[in-house]
Design a protein around this ligand. Sequence first.
Ligand SMILES: CC(C)(COP(=O)(O)OP(=O)(O)OC[C@H]1O[C@@H](n2cnc3c(N)ncnc32)[C@H](O)[C@@H]1OP(=O)(O)O)[C@@H](O)C(=O)NCCC(=O)NCCS
Length: 184
Amino acid sequence: MFTYELDNQTELRQLREQHTDELFALTDKNRAHLRRWLPWLDRIESKANTENFIKSSLEQFRMDNGLETGIWFRNSLVGVIGYHWIDWENRITSIGYWLDESHQGQGLITRACQTMVDHAFKELKLNRIEIRCATKNQKSRAIPERLGFREEGIIKEAEWLYDHFVDHVLYGLVAHEWENMRRT
Ligand SMILES: CC(C)(COP(=O)(O)OP(=O)(O)OC[C@H]1O[C@@H](n2cnc3c(N)ncnc32)[C@H](O)[C@@H]1OP(=O)(O)O)[C@@H](O)C(=O)NCCC(=O)NCCS
């Protein structure tokens, strides 16, 4: 099971069935905050829905096609970050994340994302990482921008959010750019 200590109070742990109650409580508490930018809130109505999400993420992991981790801060679950899928033929993955509203503004996601980027390039030997954000989601866009991703273009009406489409901005980072950043 994947675990990674970011510092002595922050740890990434792969999500497992035993985390169901904590993850459902965190999701439920953050519905309004998350619903603004994430499309799946109405599909998570009960603990059983959260458990199914965790089970399917574990199945994806077993199939070598993704990894969902929880972010634990001072021993409480405060967010989720993971690889949505892995395209092994082209060595590409895509990172997604969300954070408890009251834990924003401390760099938790930026640091967690940095770790997932390092793991993807160094351990998994992937060559390209994508992050897609709604164009108006400034807080989310700030994450890849802070980590040196390149803005590659706009995907028009890429996602249906309950009652409207949003455009996405695609960010990309490739292994040799990451290597260069580490050297400087
Ligand atoms: C997107 C989201 C995860 C960003 O959360 P966030 O708290 O802004 O991101 P971080 O945890 O990396 O924190 C960055 C902030 O902490 C500050 N910070 C403090 N210490 C820091 C450090 N060591 N490193 C980086 N940033 C630090 C930054 O300056 C920044 O503050 P600012 O917003 O005032 O500029 C959060 O807003 C969220 O969950 N939104 C709803 C769901 C969502 O949109 N998901 C993404 C879909 S694509």
